[in-house]
Design a protein around this ligand. Structure first.
Ligand SMILES: N[C@@H](CCC(=O)N[C@@H](CS)C(=O)NCC(=O)O)C(=O)O
Length: 222
């Protein structure tokens, strides 16, 4: 069976989980702790997830390359990614959404069940290099929320009911996997149209964010 090594919170990993679901490809889900380095470097030479181990034993990273290989019939309209203008526009949207989203959710992610003390410290130390102390991110929450609200309000105008499309495409997978992180933020509420959009993507991709934590073997005591 195909194996997927992933972090629960990671939007690039979520992309691949959503693509597996949308294409009805079964796989073995292997969530890893964020501080695990050795096995990742052994598989692909770099400490980065997602990684898929195909049935022939070869390992591959880079979410979009994995999805391209999975979706040989182009059900997710991957040809959108050949149009440079659309790719630039999509990346721009992902940057504008991703920046406030990650500033808001990272200090919360580390207290979800995915992390233990060691992986929490590892994650925080690494991310604070780029984003500054998490306690300052928490202090500046209102500013990030303001920026995000503006981006989300303009984003929702493009839903018809999927992003610039009547059917699910790779663009929805790339956008929804970023937005999904916000469900961890206690005081955040999506506008109804965006919440419904995410639930529509969830349905089409059979996505279950916390699926792995409902398995008895993964229940951890705090
Ligand atoms: N371009 C890669 C990006 C993947 C990526 O950035 N993964 C992050 C997690 S969200 C990672 O593995 N980071 C490892 C680390 O910083 O230690 C893809 O699309 O798969």
């Amino acid at each position: 069976m195909i194996e997927l090594y992933h972090y629960i919170h990671c939007p690039f990993c979520v992309r691949v989980r959503m693509a597996f679901g949308a294409l009805s490809v079964s796989y073995k889900s292997l969530p890893l702790p964020y501080n695990e380095e050795k096995s990742l470097i052994e598989m692909t030479g770099t400490k980065m997830l997602p990684i898929v181990k195909w049935q022939d034993g070869s390992a591959q990273n880079e979410s979009l390359d994995i999805i391209k290989k999975l979706d040989s019939e182009n059900k997710l309209k991957l040809d959108v990614l050949d149009d440079q203008e659309r790719v630039d526009e999509l990346n721009n949207l992902l940057d504008r959404l991703g920046s406030p989203i990650h500033n808001l959710v990272m200090p919360y992610w580390i207290y979800t069940q995915e992390f233990d003390e060691t992986s929490r410290e590892y994650f925080q130390k690494k991310k604070e290099v780029k984003r500054g102390p998490f306690k300052d991110l928490m202090k500046n929450k209102k500013d990030f929320l303001k920026i995000l609200a503006k981006e989300i309000m303009s984003f929702q105008n493009y839903l018809g009911p999927f992003y610039k499309s009547e059917t699910l495409t790779i663009q929805d997978i790339m956008i929804a996997s970023h937005l999904w992180g916000l469900y961890v933020l206690p005081e955040f509420q999506f506008p109804l149209k965006v919440h419904e959009y995410l639930q529509r993507v969830k349905q089409e991709t059979k996505f279950d964010y916390h699926e792995d934590f409902f398995k008895d073997s993964n229940i951890r005591e705090f």
